[in-house]
Design a protein around this ligand. Structure first.
Ligand SMILES: [Zn+2]
Ligand SMILES: [Zn+2]
Length: 397
């Protein structure tokens, strides 16, 4: 006898050949929570096994599918299938968000099209309001100028005339994804915030872009990977290409005062790197940043890097001995180091001690892109500055 009220997803269901009223009884028992064992015993003629749920049919409902045929419903499973299932045997509609029936595919396509249209409209006005004026190149600080040269040098592709940030994301730590180096990440983000680096207006729509914030304001989720980026800079009111900006900046001549500022940056970075290198490798305690900056400032005024390294080496060794002997806290070890450094800076600057202080080139310390660029292209020297104190260097500038 045909079962017109049921649809089976498994053609090997033992219930297919049973009488419709028996199938109804089995369904009711299953829904009431009767054990499969008891159901088996009640209907010994039907080959029910422990996978009964798999073989239960969908039952016809009064609801009509978009295709005009009735929808069927399957009761929820007791363990793994916790939700009711809906199915239309005629068009295979299953009411899930990724249903593959023709109607749902078309519906999703139309929805996407509508979102896309809405996005482009919103994006256009957002873009025109947000990026409505160039920034004058002369408003950049000398630090930004150098950072910009580095960014162009490292990430601009001359052939495609675009920045190549593929895979680079503005998310700081994300395992498995190649990141911008932290230093470049920081200034790239600052360039974006200042609208120096801006997306091209022509973007390819993706759902990750059309985002609305808590206040309902449009905030496109711009990542380096999902847009093409360009620079938003002008000179005397004329918009410049990335190539023109680069050429202008690499040819720029810096004054003696500016060179000294650049040198100070490099110097302080080297000092702080060496302190950090020392504590990481030998001392295993955190140094207080303000102390380091203070010490670096004092060293800069009187010592070449080569001699500053020697003083730091002494300072760290003495602090370690002191720390071991008196089991001092990190805080008092920091004070000890600061006081010792400041007094040695004074002491070794006296004429009678000066000749005793030897040059020291401890290790190959890593340097930032910034320092590397300054030394190589602006100061045009890698080694000589290492042995000069500020007075020598001023003389050179
Ligand atoms: Zn249908
Ligand atoms: Zn569907």
């Amino acid at each position: 006898m045909a079962q017109e009220r049921f649809y089976y997803s498994s053609k090997s269901s033992p219930l297919i050949s049973a009488d419709e009223s028996i199938v109804n009884q089995i369904l009711t028992m299953y829904e009431d929570g009767t054990s499969v064992g008891l159901i088996k015993e009640t209907f010994p003629d039907i080959k029910i096994n422990n996978n009964l749920y798999m073989f239960l049919p969908y039952v016809i409902t009064d609801d009509i599918c978009d295709c005009g045929k009735p929808l069927y419903r399957k009761t929820k499973g007791r363990t793994s299938f916790a939700a009711e299932l809906i199915y239309c045997p005629a068009c295979r509609h299953d009411e899930t968000p990724d249903c593959l029936c023709k109607t749902c595919i078309l519906k999703r396509k139309n929805e996407l099209e509508a979102r896309k249209m809405h996005f482009y409209k919103t994006w256009d006005s957002y873009y025109d309001n947000t990026y409505n004026s160039d920034i004058e190149l002369s408003n950049l600080s000398i630090y930004e100028e150098v950072q910009l040269v580095i960014l162009i040098h490292e990430y601009f592709n001359k052939e495609s005339k675009s920045f190549n940030f593929i895979n680079a994301r503005l998310i700081e730590v994300n395992f498995g994804v190649r990141q911008l180096p932290t230093e470049i990440f920081k200034f790239t983000k600052a360039f974006i915030d200042k609208k120096i680096l801006i997306p091209e207006k022509e973007v390819e729509y993706s759902t990750s872009l059309d985002h609305y914030g808590d206040l309902g304001l449009f905030q496109p989720q711009l990542t380096l990977a999902n847009c093409q980026w360009t620079l938003n800079l002008a000179k005397d009111g004329t918009t410049l290409t990335v190539g023109e900006i680069f050429n202008y900046l690499v040819k720029k001549d810096y004054t003696a005062a500016q060179r000294e500022i650049f040198w100070k940056e490099c110097y302080q970075e080297s000092i702080i790197n060496y302190f950090e290198y020392s504590t990481r490798n030998y001392a295993n305690f955190d140094l207080i940043k303000q102390n380091l900056e203070l010490i670096a400032d004092e060293l800069f005024n009187h010592y070449s890097l080569s001699k500053a390294y020697r003083l730091i080496y002494y300072g760290i060794q003495r602090t370690l001995t002191h720390k071991a002997k008196y089991s001092t806290t990190i805080k008092s070890a920091n004070s000890y180091l600061r006081n010792l450094m400041l007094s040695n800076i004074e002491k070794y600057n006296l004429p009678e001690h000066k000749p005793n202080l030897k040059d020291f080139n401890p290790v190959e310390l890593s340097e930032s892109y910034f320092t590397h660029y300054i030394k190589r292209y602006i100061l045009r020297s890698n080694q000589e500055y290492f042995y000069y104190n500020l007075a020598d260097i001023r003389h050179k500038f």
